[in-house]
Ligand binder design. Structure first.
Ligand code: NAP
Length: 499
């Protein structure tokens, strides 16, 4: 079966630096692209001996600034470098669509060096990209490469449709079609499915740009070598979403269950209609839904579970039997660690204070009310607390009224978004409340794991639950909805070292 090759773009300033990178990533890569435009002038002379030091095929590229490269010399100098490389063992030479030196092309052909005819657009996916790709080939043996910045979901859809159309018309190995930027990220993982013969990666920290991925992450996290026509595609949609933890959990879950036919990818989505079309085109089987789309996806669903109806938010969609089924796993995901910490059941007369009244608070309040818990909702914007309280039969107030927590203090749940990602590391939403030590304190924020509120509660002797426990629990329910199997606990291990 045809498979896309994984290429590491080498952008070190010296040959020695590049060789070090090869040593580090060689077990993941099929070939290398030596970006000579990043080399310092003294290293240029070492270009001819480079391929002999590498056991895998090498592409030579000297990219001009106009095409996103760093080469600052004249075109004559650039051609001189390329010419010298031709007889040095490079397997491919990257020449742009407007490259003018025919002698180099002829010499490449005569010497068995494959020309990668490249087209770049950093402003977006051109409307006539199909025409461009069909017309830029000058000689039959060339491989066409189009690398375009994907600016929105509509453009990703267009790019994927074009790639699949070309794949259906043409034989394998003639094209590389890649979307740049975070919105284009799925094209890097799905390159085999999209008919691209090569996908490109970069070492971490080197020319790091949103949407770039290193070879180890592509292989170990995104299961690149396993992705093929039969792969079931899952993912997470959000905006932004590239740093979501969900790919780690689900892809590890697939690996632990030996499900070699599944992959889970972040899709940064700014247009839900375009995304749902993309889902049909790629035959996506299931997605997690995160901020800001949990409400927006609801009109696109064919069916909704009770939690979606009640919480007015959907965080999981499964495509089955031609239907888009929506679920809310935040509700059970919130409740599972709470019940576990209480020995399996919530006692009668239990009272809880919920801080915050956003989307997550809605799921939390619904889950608590379903268990018969009396709830007080406190929020910065009191009208939102009131709306939620009216919907679920709770008490409410403003965040200023912290003295009221004492009457609802069996459980305190923090659901505001402040403090997430350490943006506001000192934030404690209820500094005026003194813990007695008898409360259960649950902060649904998962980064950092120990928020100032949880630390203060722990120091006072309270039982605490952090947002990771909820995240893992809700991901476990999603995994079961996606695959019919349980997410093994080991899927969670190691994640703390990464985030
Ligand atoms: P949301 O709908 O945007 O709601 C944000 C809440 O935070 C609102 O109550 C808002 O109050 C409050 N807030 C924001 N800035 C504030 C400030 N400076 N001072 C006081 N209150 C402030 O967000 P969401 O979807 O509910 O998500 C909330 C958090 O839960 C996020 O950090 C999310 O990552 C986390 N979450 C975790 C899990 C998990 O599995 N652990 C699951 C879902 C969500 P106003 O109404 O006054 O604006």
């Amino acid at each position: 079966m045809n498979r896309s090759s994984l290429c590491l773009s080498l952008t070190g300033a010296t040959v020695a630096e590049n060789l070090k990178e090869i040593e580090r990533y060689d077990c993941y890569c099929d070939l290398y692209e030596l970006r000579a435009d990043y080399l310092e002038p003294l290293s240029i002379s070492a270009l001819s001996s480079f391929p002999a030091q590498v056991k895998k095929p090498v592409i030579i590229t000297v990219r001009r600034a106009a095409d996103g490269g760093h080469f600052k010399g004249s075109e004559a100098e650039r051609c001189g470098i390329l010419r010298r490389c031709l007889a040095s063992g490079y397997r491919y030479i990257d020449l742009e669509e407007d490259f003018q030196d025919q002698k180099i092309e002829q010499a490449a052909e005569a010497g068995g060096v494959t020309v990668i005819r490249s087209f770049h657009d950093f402003s977006g996916v051109p409307a006539d990209l199909g025409r461009i790709i069909r017309n830029i080939k000058r000689n039959s043996g060339e491989v066409i490469k189009a690398a375009v910045m994907v600016q929105n979901t509509q453009e990703l859809l267009k790019l994927v449709e074009l790639a699949l159309e070309l794949k259906a018309q043409d034989e394998w190995g003639n094209r590389i079609i890649l979307g740049m930027g975070p919105m284009g990220f799925p094209t890097k993982v799905l390159s085999t499915i999209l008919g691209s013969s090569i996908t490109y990666s970069y070492a971490p920290g080197r020319q790091a740009a949103p949407g770039h991925v290193d070879p180890q992450t592509l292989v170990d996290l995104y299961r690149f070598p396993l992705v093929n026509q039969n792969t079931r595609i899952f993912g997470v949609i959000g905006n932004p979403v590239i740093h979501s933890k969900s790919p780690w959990l689900h892809n590890r879950g697939f690996s632990l269950r030996a499900m070699d036919d599944a992959v889970y990818i972040p899709f940064q989505v700014d247009n839900l209609e375009a995304f749902f079309q993309l889902a049909e085109v790629l035959d996506i089987r299931g997605v997690s839904v995160t901020i800001p789309h949990k409400q927006g996806v609801i009109p696109f669903l064919s069916s909704r579970d009770e939690g979606v109806e009640a919480a007015g938010a959907c965080n999981t969609i499964v495509w089955r039997d031609g239907l888009r089924r929506g679920y809310n796993t935040d509700i059970s995901g919130f409740m599972a660690p709470l019940k576990e910490s209480m020995g399996g059941a919530i006692p009668a007369g239990f009272r809880a204070a919920v801080i915050g009244a956003g989307g997550a608070a809605r799921a939390v309040v619904y889950a608590l009310r379903k268990e018969g818990v009396e709830v007080l909702i406190l929020n910065r914007t009191v009208e939102r607390a009131q709306d939620l309280a009216v919907a679920f039969g709770c008490s409410y107030g403003s965040l200023e009224e912290q003295e009221r927590i004492a009457d609802f203090s069996d459980l305190i749940v923090q659901t505001t978004s402040v403090g997430m990602n350490r943006e506001c590391p000192e934030y404690d939403p209820i500094p005026g409340y003194s813990f007695s030590g008898g409360e259960i304190v649950y902060d649904i924020i998962y980064i950092p794991r120990l928020t100032p509120l949880l630390k203060r509660a722990m120091d006072s002797g309270c039982r605490v639950i952090n947002g990771w426990e909820m995240l893992i629990a809700q991901a476990g329910i999603q995994f079961r909805l996606f695959t019919g199997q349980d997410l093994l606990r080991e899927a969670n291990s190691g994640i703390a070292d990464r985030y």
